[in-house]
Design a protein around this ligand. Sequence first.
Ligand code: SF4
Length: 177
Amino acid sequence: MDRALLERQLSELPLVQYEFFKTEELVFSDRVRMVCESDCPQYGKSWACPPGVGTVEECRARCLSYPNALLLVTMTEVADIADIDETLATREPHEEITREVNALFRAQGVETYVLSTESCAVCEKCAYPDGPCRCPEKMFPCVESHGIVILETGERFGLPFQAGGNIVTWFSLILYR
Ligand code: SF4
């Protein structure tokens, strides 16, 4: 992979931070999965979420089969971060950037496995659990669905999870081989 080319391309995108690291440095925990189960309304409603993504151990094995990782971070200022609609509206531009970066990897012939934000919103109604995912190439499970403790990774890189004010922070992981 031509990393210098990729980094030039990344520098042209509205990312506040990106970090290359080894996938084996990610921390996985069943506790993250328990939060999905107890707190997330999308649990059991999408192929992009648990339990459709498999057990944490299966997710971990899938992730580790892609030894390299790139963390992407975007930040957007909104008028009022307590306004859920306004805050969630910043998600799609982040997803678009994630798709763009994924395409840059693919253009170099690199295989990727992408984890991004929240639940998949490609279809109006997810095919889960009656049929297979309709667009597995476009579907990015959320980072937490795989039991990844992203706070741990983020803190290592000084990631601004709590930027404060009305700043919305989103992050994605592109695992690759
Ligand atoms: S692409 Fe469609 S079927 Fe697949 S996970 Fe997303 S919403 Fe569900």
